[in-house]
Design a protein around this ligand. Structure first.
Ligand code: IMP
Ligand code: MG
Length: 183
Protein backbone atom coordinates (compact mmCIF):
# COMPACT_ATOMS: atom_id res chain seq x y z
CA UNK A 1 0.00 0.00 0.00
CA UNK A 2 1.25 3.46 -0.88
CA UNK A 3 1.88 5.71 2.10
CA UNK A 4 1.52 9.50 2.11
CA UNK A 5 3.64 9.80 5.24
CA UNK A 6 6.84 8.89 3.46
CA UNK A 7 6.44 11.92 1.16
CA UNK A 8 6.57 14.22 4.20
CA UNK A 9 9.92 15.71 5.14
CA UNK A 10 8.83 16.85 8.59
CA UNK A 11 5.70 17.59 10.58
CA UNK A 12 5.00 21.23 11.49
CA UNK A 13 1.74 20.89 13.43
CA UNK A 14 0.63 17.59 14.95
CA UNK A 15 -2.92 16.23 15.04
CA UNK A 16 -3.04 16.80 18.81
CA UNK A 17 -1.91 20.43 18.44
CA UNK A 18 -4.58 21.01 15.78
CA UNK A 19 -7.32 19.51 17.96
CA UNK A 20 -6.30 21.60 20.96
CA UNK A 21 -6.16 24.82 18.95
CA UNK A 22 -9.51 24.23 17.24
CA UNK A 23 -11.13 23.76 20.65
CA UNK A 24 -9.65 27.10 21.79
CA UNK A 25 -10.75 28.90 18.64
CA UNK A 26 -14.26 27.44 18.89
CA UNK A 27 -14.57 28.58 22.50
CA UNK A 28 -13.30 32.07 21.67
CA UNK A 29 -15.64 32.44 18.68
CA UNK A 30 -18.58 31.19 20.78
CA UNK A 31 -17.91 33.91 23.37
CA UNK A 32 -17.32 36.67 20.80
CA UNK A 33 -20.40 35.91 18.67
CA UNK A 34 -22.89 35.09 21.42
CA UNK A 35 -26.33 36.53 20.56
CA UNK A 36 -25.34 37.33 16.97
CA UNK A 37 -26.24 35.76 13.62
CA UNK A 38 -23.02 33.88 13.00
CA UNK A 39 -22.44 32.56 9.49
CA UNK A 40 -19.34 30.43 8.97
CA UNK A 41 -18.15 30.66 5.37
CA UNK A 42 -15.80 27.91 4.28
CA UNK A 43 -13.58 28.62 1.31
CA UNK A 44 -13.38 25.33 -0.60
CA UNK A 45 -11.61 23.07 -0.85
CA UNK A 46 -8.70 23.74 1.48
CA UNK A 47 -10.74 24.74 4.54
CA UNK A 48 -13.12 21.78 4.54
CA UNK A 49 -11.25 19.82 7.22
CA UNK A 50 -10.81 22.85 9.49
CA UNK A 51 -14.45 23.86 8.92
CA UNK A 52 -15.75 20.43 9.90
CA UNK A 53 -13.75 20.53 13.13
CA UNK A 54 -14.30 24.20 13.95
CA UNK A 55 -18.09 24.17 13.52
CA UNK A 56 -18.31 21.37 16.10
CA UNK A 57 -16.12 23.35 18.49
CA UNK A 58 -18.51 26.31 18.20
CA UNK A 59 -21.17 25.95 20.89
CA UNK A 60 -23.56 28.74 19.84
CA UNK A 61 -26.14 28.52 17.01
CA UNK A 62 -24.64 29.22 13.60
CA UNK A 63 -25.23 28.68 9.89
CA UNK A 64 -22.68 27.52 7.36
CA UNK A 65 -22.08 28.24 3.70
CA UNK A 66 -19.46 27.48 1.09
CA UNK A 67 -17.67 29.38 -1.58
CA UNK A 68 -15.17 28.48 -4.27
CA UNK A 69 -12.61 31.05 -5.33
CA UNK A 70 -9.70 30.31 -7.60
CA UNK A 71 -6.22 31.60 -7.00
CA UNK A 72 -3.84 28.67 -7.38
CA UNK A 73 -3.97 26.49 -10.50
CA UNK A 74 -2.96 22.86 -10.89
CA UNK A 75 0.37 21.96 -9.37
CA UNK A 76 1.53 25.58 -9.12
CA UNK A 77 2.97 26.47 -5.74
CA UNK A 78 3.02 30.21 -6.40
CA UNK A 79 0.02 32.54 -6.35
CA UNK A 80 -1.10 33.83 -9.72
CA UNK A 81 -2.73 36.85 -8.09
CA UNK A 82 -5.89 36.09 -10.02
CA UNK A 83 -9.02 35.75 -7.88
CA UNK A 84 -12.32 34.59 -9.32
CA UNK A 85 -15.60 33.56 -7.64
CA UNK A 86 -16.22 30.10 -9.07
CA UNK A 87 -19.10 29.20 -6.73
CA UNK A 88 -20.87 31.94 -4.80
CA UNK A 89 -22.64 31.77 -1.44
CA UNK A 90 -26.29 30.72 -1.17
CA UNK A 91 -26.89 32.83 1.95
CA UNK A 92 -28.16 36.39 2.05
CA UNK A 93 -25.57 38.25 4.13
CA UNK A 94 -27.84 41.08 5.30
CA UNK A 95 -27.36 41.53 9.05
CA UNK A 96 -25.17 38.43 9.33
CA UNK A 97 -21.90 38.22 11.20
CA UNK A 98 -19.76 36.51 8.60
CA UNK A 99 -16.70 34.58 9.69
CA UNK A 100 -14.60 33.36 6.79
CA UNK A 101 -12.94 30.02 7.54
CA UNK A 102 -9.71 29.49 5.63
CA UNK A 103 -6.91 26.95 5.55
CA UNK A 104 -3.97 29.32 5.20
CA UNK A 105 -3.27 33.02 4.79
CA UNK A 106 -0.30 33.17 2.46
CA UNK A 107 0.15 36.30 0.32
CA UNK A 108 -3.34 37.38 1.42
CA UNK A 109 -4.21 38.32 -2.15
CA UNK A 110 -7.22 35.99 -2.38
CA UNK A 111 -8.90 37.29 0.77
CA UNK A 112 -7.96 40.92 0.23
CA UNK A 113 -10.07 40.69 -2.95
CA UNK A 114 -12.85 38.60 -1.46
CA UNK A 115 -13.55 40.39 1.82
CA UNK A 116 -14.54 43.74 0.23
CA UNK A 117 -16.90 41.87 -2.13
CA UNK A 118 -18.69 40.32 0.86
CA UNK A 119 -18.70 43.68 2.70
CA UNK A 120 -20.81 45.15 -0.11
CA UNK A 121 -23.65 42.70 0.70
CA UNK A 122 -24.72 44.49 3.91
CA UNK A 123 -23.47 42.03 6.51
CA UNK A 124 -23.14 43.19 10.11
CA UNK A 125 -19.46 42.17 10.05
CA UNK A 126 -16.92 40.19 8.02
CA UNK A 127 -13.96 38.66 9.80
CA UNK A 128 -11.36 36.00 9.09
CA UNK A 129 -10.42 32.79 10.88
CA UNK A 130 -7.51 30.81 9.47
CA UNK A 131 -5.81 27.75 10.88
CA UNK A 132 -2.42 28.61 9.33
CA UNK A 133 -0.59 31.78 8.35
CA UNK A 134 2.70 32.46 6.57
CA UNK A 135 3.40 36.05 7.70
CA UNK A 136 6.69 36.27 5.78
CA UNK A 137 4.79 35.81 2.50
CA UNK A 138 2.25 38.60 2.98
CA UNK A 139 1.70 40.94 0.03
CA UNK A 140 -1.76 42.32 0.84
CA UNK A 141 -2.59 44.26 4.00
CA UNK A 142 -4.66 41.65 5.77
CA UNK A 143 -4.26 39.67 8.99
CA UNK A 144 -6.49 36.96 10.51
CA UNK A 145 -8.88 37.90 13.34
CA UNK A 146 -8.53 34.33 14.60
CA UNK A 147 -5.36 32.35 13.93
CA UNK A 148 -4.22 28.81 14.64
CA UNK A 149 -0.51 28.64 13.86
CA UNK A 150 2.14 30.64 12.08
CA UNK A 151 4.25 28.53 9.73
CA UNK A 152 7.52 29.32 7.94
CA UNK A 153 7.78 29.98 4.21
CA UNK A 154 7.62 26.35 3.15
CA UNK A 155 5.01 24.55 1.08
CA UNK A 156 2.80 22.66 3.51
CA UNK A 157 0.19 19.96 3.02
CA UNK A 158 -2.37 18.14 5.15
CA UNK A 159 -5.37 19.16 7.26
CA UNK A 160 -7.11 20.21 4.02
CA UNK A 161 -4.10 21.66 2.22
CA UNK A 162 -3.06 19.94 -0.98
CA UNK A 163 -0.27 19.55 -3.43
CA UNK A 164 -1.89 18.93 -6.83
CA UNK A 165 -5.12 17.78 -5.05
CA UNK A 166 -3.34 15.15 -2.94
CA UNK A 167 -2.50 15.00 0.81
CA UNK A 168 -5.62 16.92 1.94
CA UNK A 169 -6.60 13.98 4.16
CA UNK A 170 -3.38 13.89 6.17
CA UNK A 171 -4.45 14.53 9.79
CA UNK A 172 -1.43 16.77 10.48
CA UNK A 173 0.35 19.66 8.72
CA UNK A 174 3.68 18.76 7.17
CA UNK A 175 6.28 19.90 4.69
CA UNK A 176 6.58 17.87 1.50
CA UNK A 177 9.94 16.45 0.50
CA UNK A 178 11.31 18.68 -2.29
CA UNK A 179 11.70 15.69 -4.62
CA UNK A 180 7.89 15.31 -4.68
CA UNK A 181 7.24 18.66 -6.34
CA UNK A 182 10.52 18.74 -8.27
CA UNK A 183 9.81 15.33 -9.80
P1 IMP B 1 -3.08 33.69 -0.89
O1 IMP B 1 -4.00 34.48 -1.75
O2 IMP B 1 -1.67 33.73 -1.39
O3 IMP B 1 -3.15 34.04 0.57
O4 IMP B 1 -3.50 32.17 -1.13
C1 IMP B 1 -4.11 31.40 -0.17
C2 IMP B 1 -4.44 30.04 -0.75
O5 IMP B 1 -3.30 29.46 -1.40
C3 IMP B 1 -4.80 29.08 0.36
O6 IMP B 1 -6.18 29.09 0.60
C4 IMP B 1 -4.30 27.75 -0.18
O7 IMP B 1 -5.31 27.12 -0.94
C5 IMP B 1 -3.15 28.10 -1.08
N1 IMP B 1 -1.84 27.90 -0.42
C6 IMP B 1 -1.01 28.86 0.06
N2 IMP B 1 0.08 28.33 0.62
C7 IMP B 1 -0.07 26.98 0.54
C8 IMP B 1 0.74 25.87 0.99
O8 IMP B 1 1.84 25.98 1.58
N3 IMP B 1 0.25 24.63 0.70
C9 IMP B 1 -0.94 24.44 0.06
N4 IMP B 1 -1.72 25.44 -0.36
C10 IMP B 1 -1.29 26.71 -0.13
MG1 MG C 1 -7.54 27.49 -0.30
Amino acid sequence: MQSMDRDIDHILVTQAQLQQKVEELGAQISRDYAGRQLLLVSILKGSVVFMADLMRAVTIPCAIDFMVVSSYGGANTESTGLVKIVKDLDADLTGKDVLIVEDILDTGITLSHLMPVLQLRNPNSVRLCTILSKPSRRKAQIEPDYLGFEVPDEFVVGYGLDYDETYRNLPYVGVLKPEIYNA
